[in-house]
Design a protein around this ligand. Structure first.
Ligand SMILES: CC(C)(COP(=O)(O)OP(=O)(O)OC[C@H]1O[C@@H](n2cnc3c(N)ncnc32)[C@H](O)[C@@H]1OP(=O)(O)O)[C@@H](O)C(=O)NCCC(=O)NCCS
Length: 201
């Protein structure tokens, strides 16, 4: 969606940084998405209610179809890929871009086989650097990007901290599972004026 404060999100954006390529999600990502949508942790913490409500055989299609049109509705939906083969190894989304002026909300997952290589921190840092850059430089002109995770998702917490997203507090009972179980969440945010990410090695 065009914004007076930042770049037009409908323009396809490809980011190359930290040994990764972040490019728009495409229909041919379906096999990777289908594998991710069978992982218990992705389903529990990152897939979203629409996916969980769908029959298991339809979950990848439901997830994918929303991301294929996301760029025109305020979400930068990036497939995180390995530059060697363009295969999707994770997802990094910036949603609600400029819904609150100059701000967005980050969400992510990594396929189980690709975990343990700090893919999230690398992708978050690449997306933040782009999103904080001004429109004239091809960025979104954001000032603040937030994310949150349930308290016991330590991997998500540490990835956020490494990517420069400082912990700001606890959001009480902010995450609700389909069975009604509620979880407290950490809120993290990175500002355009904050220091960069810590090294990824
Ligand atoms: C959270 C997730 C995206 C992180 O994947 P990743 O980028 O491969 O993360 P890594 O395995 O490289 O770990 C990142 C950091 O967390 C630490 N970590 C990972 N799992 C951990 C665990 N179970 N306990 C403690 N620390 C853990 C790593 O040591 C690393 O720490 P460091 O950067 O300080 O050295 C991935 O586990 C995932 O997709 N989970 C399911 C979906 C999800 O939870 N998404 C986020 C919703 S908020």
């Amino acid at each position: 969606m065009a914004s007076p404060r930042g770049a037009d999100l409908t323009a396809p954006t490809i980011l190359r940084a930290h040994g990764l390529v972040l490019r728009p999600v495409v229909a041919s990502d379906e096999p990777a998405v289908a594998r991710a949508m069978t992982d218990g942790e992705v389903l529990q913490w990152a897939a979203g209610m629409a996916v969980l409500d769908a029959p298991p055989k339809d979950r990848a299609t439901v997830w994918l179809s929303a991301r294929l049109t996301a760029w025109s509705t305020g979400t930068a939906a990036f497939a995180v890929t390995d530059p060697a083969d363009d295969v999707m190894i994770g997802y990094l989304g910036l949603r609600d871009v400029h819904r609150v002026p100059d701000q967005a909300v980050a969400g992510y997952w990594v396929t189980p086989a690709a975990r343990g290589r700090k893919v999230t921190a690398r992708a978050l840092d690449a997306a933040a650097d782009w999103a904080f850059s001004p429109a004239y430089a091809g960025g979104l002109g954001l000032h603040r990007i937030v994310l949150d995770h349930v308290l016991h998702n330590v991997g998500s917490c540490r990835a956020a901290l490494r990517a420069g997203f400082a912990e700001e507090g606890v959001m009480r009972e902010a995450f609700v599972e389909p069975n009604g179980k509620r979880h407290d969440c950490h809120l993290h945010a990175r500002l355009a004026t904050d220091p960069s990410a810590r090294p990824f090695d």
